[in-house]
Write a protein that binds this ligand. Sequence first.
Ligand code: SAM
Ligand code: ZN
Length: 364
Amino acid sequence: MIREGAISFNAEGAFYNPRMVLNRDVGVAVTRVLKITQYLDALAASGVRGLRIAKETDVEKVILNDVSRRACSLIEENIKLNSLSNCEICCSNANVLMHQRRFEAVDLDPFGSPAPFLAAASRSAGSYLFITATDTAPLCGAHLKSGIRKYQAVPVKTDYHREMGARILLGTVARELARIDKAVYPLLAHVTDHYVRLYLEVKKGARLADKTLKMMGYLEHCHECRSWRTIPGMECRSQGSCDLCGRKTVTAGPLWLGPIQDRDLIGRAIDELEDVKGRSDRALRLLQSCGEEIDEPMYYDHHRLCKDLKTTPGRIDDLIEDLRAMGWEASRTHFSGVGVKTNAPLGSIQEILSGAELNDIKRH
Ligand SMILES: C[S@@+](CC[C@H](N)C(=O)[O-])C[C@H]1O[C@@H](n2cnc3c(N)ncnc32)[C@H](O)[C@@H]1O
Ligand SMILES: [Zn+2]
């Protein structure tokens, strides 16, 4: 018998990953904030995710689906074990189910890539679409061909590869929804351990979809000096050379360039998370960090920039403070402990870092 959150369950014969507790804790907190009434756990395995939603939120109905008969009988057992009366079991191919029925919220938690389920899930999701992807190598550019096949976009492996993965996936979902006149509004996006997790609001309307597609674009990156520039729009007008050092650039995309964190929702999810039974401090820190990120795509690796400049890295918070003092926006990021998000050009950051030792002396 396993205990997680407020439920006890058996997972024998089905997939269960205890490392995903943080993912499910955050899912419970976000679902509570959104006051969802109907929730599909499309790939449920033991049912742990859907059962926790059924027990720990005010959802009226949770539909737990898995194609495996063994998983479905396990889910049935687990529902009884927790005396839950707000659950329905389906033993279908998730794609068939999602083409047949609409659900207020759809949650995809597949083995690896969610790509095979995105078309059906986009149709099925009335208001919310939650997605986990564990295929970070294709998403982040480490397995290039597979990434291009699955997401119809070109990822580029960079220092900010974790955010690249989140934005490539988000861009694919935005395009999938737009095909059926639906618009996407990101509520929360995080990359933890080896998975990407997205919480998205979905609205119907061709005009809204047109508007959200304006958040799509490309990104031109220079491997030589680590500088990059964004290219908004679905038309790729890359320069081919770096603004800073003049070397040849590579282009990633199409990907999502718009905001990915809804600070108001995250603030409320933090309050809800405080009450989640057994929740980890790590989950809390994650949400706090996501809520403090500025709305700028990608980030610089503080240590890597210092290494290039052959200087010793000082405190990352000092760099952020200096950038803000110069009038730029800057923040840390949950994507990396040594990451800095800013709208400052790389040249300005380098100037600060080159004078870092001087600044350090002034400060102490
Ligand atoms: C990663 S597990 C789900 C884990 C679960 N959500 C949790 O939190 O523990 C993926 C599940 O999807 C099921 N599955 C795979 N392909 C499917 C399909 N086409 N339709 C429905 N279920 C499917 C598998 O049987 C497996 O139980
Ligand atoms: Zn360059």
